[in-house]
Design a protein around this ligand. Structure first.
Ligand code: BGC
Length: 244
């Protein structure tokens, strides 16, 4: 099925039509700035602009940087707080005239990587982290998704994992790769002790720079970069909508 995949991130909103059977990107991806403040009305306008650009009439999947439970936004760590309680599927479907389905961005990226990318064919317990403005987590047990895990918000070193080891924090504190890689290693070690995963996949913006920090990840569990990198979110969002 052809579905328009959209990834709503802290700084950019990216989109492209996707063949959900092959995960192929069918037209050049576009990126629009995330409006600030990222209120529901402003983001809906930007998504409408994207749909108009592709002259899209079919289904749309949106990877959303928050917990989305049955179409309703439940948290807002890195987006405008007025999103909490909004029925995002309804809002965006009304605004655009298309059938829109939203899913947590990390869960979207995880689905794309597990079925078409770095995790393809992996059974067991696979944990994928999207590391960017925030830290998103997704969990698969024998190919089945456990949605909205939000382990980036787990308390760690008097902070949360997200506040300690996100890519935004690396930039804000101007940490070098060794220092930041060390922080990520501590966070992954903590997850390792809690969940004993069989594989970690690192996605989000940070996955493109894995060569810079891989040597500081000293874990018992294998750690590999996402293959679809920054496209995983929009591919997975399209896959999610195709099943609705
Ligand atoms: C949000 C998650 C999201 C992650 C990555 C976190 O702050 O709580 O829902 O997956 O950022 O965008």
């Amino acid at each position: 099925m052809e579905v328009l995949g959209i990834d709503f991130g802290g700084t950019g909103i990216k989109g492209a039509p996707i063949d959900t059977t092959t995960a192929e990107i069918l037209q050049e991806r576009i990126r629009l700035e995330t409006p600030q403040p990222s209120t529901p009305e402003a983001v809906a306008d930007t998504i409408k602009q994207m749909i108009d650009h592709f002259q899209w009439k079919g289904k749309v999947g949106v990877g959303f940087p928050a917990v989305v439970q049955n179409g309703v936004v439940k948290t807002a760590a890195n987006i405008d707080k007025s999103w909490i309680g909004v029925h995002v599927d309804q809002l965006l479907s009304l605004k655009t005239g298309c059938e829109v389905h939203a899913v947590n961005d990390a869960d979207a990226a995880g689905m794309a990587e597990l079925y078409h990318g770095a995790g393809k064919g992996n059974g067991g317990i696979v944990m994928l982290l999207t590391i960017g403005t925030g830290i998103g987590t997704t969990f698969f047990v024998n190919g089945e998704l456990f949605p909205n895990t939000e382990l980036g918000h787990i308390q760690f070193n008097k902070e949360t994992v997200e506040k300690y080891a996100s890519d935004a924090m690396r930039k804000k504190l101007d940490l070098n790769w060794k220092k930041w890689g060390g922080r990520l290693n501590e966070a992954l070690t903590y997850y390792e002790q809690l969940f004993y995963p069989d594989l970690f996949i690192i996605g989000g913006g940070a996955s493109k720079r894995m060569d810079k920090f891989q040597e500081y990840l000293i874990l018992k569990t294998p750690v590999i970069p996402a293959q679809l990198q920054n496209n995983a979110g929009l591919i997975g969002a399209a896959m999610f909508a195709s099943k609705k």
